[in-house]
Design a protein around this ligand. Structure first.
Ligand code: SF4
Ligand code: SF4
Length: 463
C-alpha cells in the first residue's frame, strides 16, 4: 500500500499513509516492506501494519484501497468544515512597539485606527449568519484594551445577537492596561485573556518595548491579578523565541512556574513580522531546535520532580501524528485554515480570511487580500480566495507528496505568498516547511527513543 517514510536517528523508519496512520518499523522490516516481501516481517508487526492499511494481500487489495480512500476523504471533509474563530480588531493603536510586531501597529496618538461603534451590530449579524454555537470570538489589536469601551460593546452586542451562553471571548492583550475595571467586568463573564511572555525581565523587555514603562513587570502584575481575581485557567501565554531567549530556556520555564502557569505556547519569530526583515531574528532553525531540545529536557526534568508543564506547539504536532482526527488547529492543517477557520473583522470594516491576510494587505497594498467588507462579505468574488483555498492541500504540493509528515502537516498560503510570491512555494526554502518538518522529526524521534520524554509527551497528546 502507498506510504511515505523518514529514517529516525535510531535507524528505524517512521512510515505514514493518507489515512493518517503511522508506524515505526525496523530497518530490516522496512526493506522487506518496500520490496513487497512480507515473509520476514514479524507476525505482530505485519498484523499491525495491516490494520493501519500499510499492508494488504492480493485478495484484499480492493477492500484495503477503498478503506484508505474512505479514510482519506473523511479527513479531507473534516478539514473543509467551515468553523471559524471570529477575530475582531477594535483598534490598531498600541502602547507597545515590539521589535517583531506582526501587524504594524499604530501609535497611541494616531487617528482613524479605531472601530466605529456603529459597525459592531453589523459584525455580530455576520457572526451569527456565518457561524454556529458555541461561537468563538477573539479580540485582537493593536492593544484592544486601549479601547476597552469597544471591547465591552462587542461583548454586549454578542450577548444580544448570539445569547450569553453561546459564545466565548478571548482578549489578546499585553496586559499593560489591565486594571480593576477590566477584571471586575471580566469576572462574571466567559472571557479569557491571551498574553505574551517572552522569558525573564531582561529578555522580555528587550523585544517588547513599552516606552517609559516596564512591559515585563506589567505582564507579571496582570497575570497575577487575573489569577487572584478571576481564578485559574483564565489567562494563557504565548512566547515568541528571540535570539536573547535562545541561550536560556530555563528562564522561560521559571517565568511560567513563578506565575503559577503550567502551560506555555512557544514558537519561533514569525516571518510575517518585521524583525526578520530587519535581520533581528538572527538565528537558524538548527539553533531554534537546539533551544527546543534543551527546553524539552528541562520540562522532562520538571515532570519527574512532579511539576508537569504542557507546551502547546509540541502538543499540537503530536496530536496531529497520534490522533488522525485532530484537525482543529488553524495553522497546521490541510486544507489550510485560511477562511475556513478564521474570519477577521478589521477596525475599518474590511474582512480577511486570516490575521496573516490582514498583515499582507498592509505590506502589499496593491493586492486585495480581503474577502469583502461588512457591507458586502463575499469571498467568492475575490479570485485570490478561490486560488488560495484550492492550492492549500498539501497532498498535491511538490515536496509534500513524498514527505512522511504530509498527513499531519498543513499549509500556510499567506506565509508562502509573503516569502515566495505565491501560495504553494518551494518547500526546500519554505520557513513553514523547515519549522514543521524539524518539529515533527524531532518530536517523533524523541518520543520513540527517550522513555522519560515519552511519559511527558503522552500526556501532551492525550490532553
Ligand atoms: S503589543 Fe502586539 S500590537 Fe502592540 S506592538 Fe507589540 S506585537 Fe504589536
Ligand atoms: S510542508 Fe514540509 S514538512 Fe510539511 S508536508 Fe510539506 S514537505 Fe512535509
Amino acid at each position: 500500500m502507498p506510504l511515505n517514510f523518514d529514517r529516525l536517528s535510531s535507524g528505524d523508519f517512521f512510515i505514514s499513509n493518507g489515512a493518517g496512520f503511522h508506524s515505526i518499523v525496523g530497518a530490516e522490516s522496512f526493506e522487506k516492506l518496500v520490496r513487497l516481501d512480507e515473509s520476514c516481517v514479524d507476525k505482530d508487526v505485519s498484523d499491525s501494519l495491516r490494520r493501519k492499511l500499510f499492508l494488504t494481500s492480493q485478495s484484499d487489495l480492493q477492500v484495503s484501497l477503498a478503506s484508505l480512500a474512505s479514510a482519506q476523504s473523511k479527513r479531507l471533509l473534516e478539514g473543509l468544515r467551515f468553523n471559524p474563530t471570529f477575530m475582531i480588531v477594535p483598534t490598531l493603536r498600541c502602547d507597545h512597539s515590539c521589535n517583531y510586531c506582526q501587524v504594524s501597529r499604530a501609535s497611541l496618538k494616531a487617528h482613524e485606527y479605531d472601530l466605529a461603534p456603529s459597525k459592531i451590530p453589523q459584525i455580530m449579524a455576520l457572526v451569527k449568519k456565518l457561524g454556529q454555537p458555541p461561537y468563538k470570538i477573539e479580540i485582537q489589536g493593536g492593544e484592544p484594551l486601549v479601547r476597552f469601551d469597544l471591547v465591552k460593546d462587542v461583548y454586549a452586542k454578542a450577548v444580544e445577537a448570539l445569547g450569553e451562553d453561546y459564545f466565548e471571548m478571548i482578549i489578546t492583550t499585553s496586559l499593560s492596561l489591565i486594571d480593576e475595571a477590566v477584571l471586575n467586568w471580566a469576572k462574571p463573564r466567559k472571557v479569557g485573556f491571551s498574553t505574551s511572555l517572552d522569558g525573564s525581565e531582561v529578555v522580555h523587555n528587550k523585544n517588547r518595548i513599552l516606552p517609559g514603562n516596564n512591559s515585563h513587570a506589567l505582564v507579571v502584575r496582570g497575570v497575577e491579578a487575573i489569577n487572584n481575581v478571576l481564578g485559574p485557567g483564565r489567562v494563557a501565554t504565548v512566547t515568541t523565541v528571540t535570539k536573547a531567549l535562545l541561550k536560556d530556556p530555563e528562564s522561560l520555564v521559571r517565568a511560567h512556574l513563578e506565575l503559577g502557569l503550567n502551560e506555555m505556547f512557544v514558537r519561533p519569530i514569525s516571518p510575517y513580522g518585521f524583525a526578520n526583515k530587519r535581520g533581528e531574528a538572527g538565528y537558524s532553525f538548527e539553533e531554534y531546535m537546539d533551544f527546543y531540545d534543551r527546553l524539552l529536557s528541562i520540562l522532562v526534568e520538571r515532570n519527574r520532580e512532579g511539576h508537569p508543564l504542557l507546551e502547546h506547539s509540541g502538543a499540537i504536532h503530536l496530536k496531529r501524528v497520534f490522533n488522525p482526527g485532530f484537525n482543529s488547529y488553524a495553522d497546521l492543517k490541510s486544507p489550510s485554515g485560511f477562511l475556513l477557520d478564521c474570519v477577521m473583522f478589521n477596525y475599518d470594516g474590511q474582512i480577511f480570511g486570516s490575521d496573516e491576510a490582514r498583515m499582507l494587505q498592509r505590506v502589499l497594498g496593491n493586492v486585495d487580500f480581503s474577502c469583502g467588507s461588512l457591507e458586502n462579505f463575499d469571498a467568492e468574488s475575490n479570485p485570490l480566495y478561490t486560488k488560495v483555498l484550492t492550492d492549500s492541500m498539501n497532498s498535491i504540493h511538490p515536496g509534500c507528496e513524498q514527505c512522511a509528515y504530509q498527513p499531519f502537516c498543513g499549509t500556510d498560503p499567506c506565509q508562502s505568498i509573503s516569502e515566495q510570491g505565491e501560495p504553494i512555494g518551494d518547500k526546500s526554502i519554505s520557513t513553514f516547511c523547515n519549522y514543521h518538518k524539524s518539529m515533527f522529526r524531532y518530536l517523533v524521534d524523541r518520543y520513540y527513543s527517550d522513555h522519560d520524554a515519552r511519559e511527558l509527551l503522552e500526556t501532551w497528546h492525550h490532553g
